[in-house]
Design a protein around this ligand. Structure first.
Ligand code: ATP
Length: 215
């Protein structure tokens, strides 16, 4: 699975439609400060389901829409489409190419599409979560994150590596399963207590029953 193409229109500084083709050999996007490099990575995070406007350097989701410039009027919507090559079936979909689209309007309405079929945000998040492409999967490391990783405590750094290696997902599942087991054991203990109490009543009740029968 690899990133093939990114189509952006109306997202942040991209007022005109921009198509970035990630042909084999493309390893970097360079440009002067403020030319929109971070906006490209943010558009990828956004289309993959980012829900925090703050982490996209805005205060509300509407801030991702092109806000206008001296020579251009603001736009009413932002749209990003990410196209992935899926010949290796890295994504569990029966298509050799998968495109994911997210659109937001100034009115607050949103659209989400997988291969041009309308879907929910959750469908996109679920689709990519297990592919190692997720929001938190460190397939995208933004500015400042590298420093954060280097400066973090060894335990925290371990968590980051585990997340990147895809181990954390299983660790979390294990923890949940262990909690469930613990709760079930507690319930079993309670049942044992009740049984113990009831067992004590069996003998006296037997005697009472036999006396009642005799009577
Ligand atoms: P740096 O190297 O400093 O990180 P960069 O090349 O990554 O810069 P970005 O930070 O991605 O650049 O781009 C910032 C530019 O995007 C700024 O000029 C900013 O005004 C513009 N911008 C951000 N949001 C919007 C928006 N909603 N509408 C119009 N322009 C926007």
């Amino acid at each position: 699975m690899f990133l093939k193409r990114l189509d952006i229109i109306g997202f942040k500084s991209f007022a005109d439609r921009v198509n970035v083709e990630f042909v084999p050999g493309v390893t970097a996007v360079v440009g002067p400060n403020g030319s929109g490099k971070s906006n490209i990575t943010e558009s990828i995070r956004w289309v993959l389901g980012e829900q925090s406007a703050k982490s996209l350097r805005g205060s509300k989701m509407e801030d991702v829409i092109f806000a206008g410039s001296d020579s251009r009027k603001p736009l009413n919507f932002a749209e990003v489409t990410l196209t992935l090559d899926n010949e290796d079936q890295g994504l569990p979909l029966d298509y050799n190419e998968v495109s994911i689209t997210r659109r937001v309007f100034r009115s607050g309405e949103s659209d989400f599409l997988i291969n041009n079929q309308s879907c929910r945000l959750k469908d996109i998040v679920d689709l990519i979560m297990d592919s190692g492409l997720g929001r938190e999967a460190f397939s995208i490391i933004s500015q400042g994150k590298v420093e954060e990783i280097l400066n973090s405590k060894p335990e925290d750094r371990r968590t980051i590596f585990e997340e990147a290696a895809g181990v954390l997902k299983y660790k979390n599942r294990k923890k949940k399963a262990e909690n469930k087991l613990f709760e079930t054991q507690e319930n079993l203990n309670r049942v044992q207590d009740i049984l113990h109490e009831l067992e004590g009543q069996v003998e006296p009740l037997k005697i009472q029953a036999s006396m009642a029968k005799d009577f």
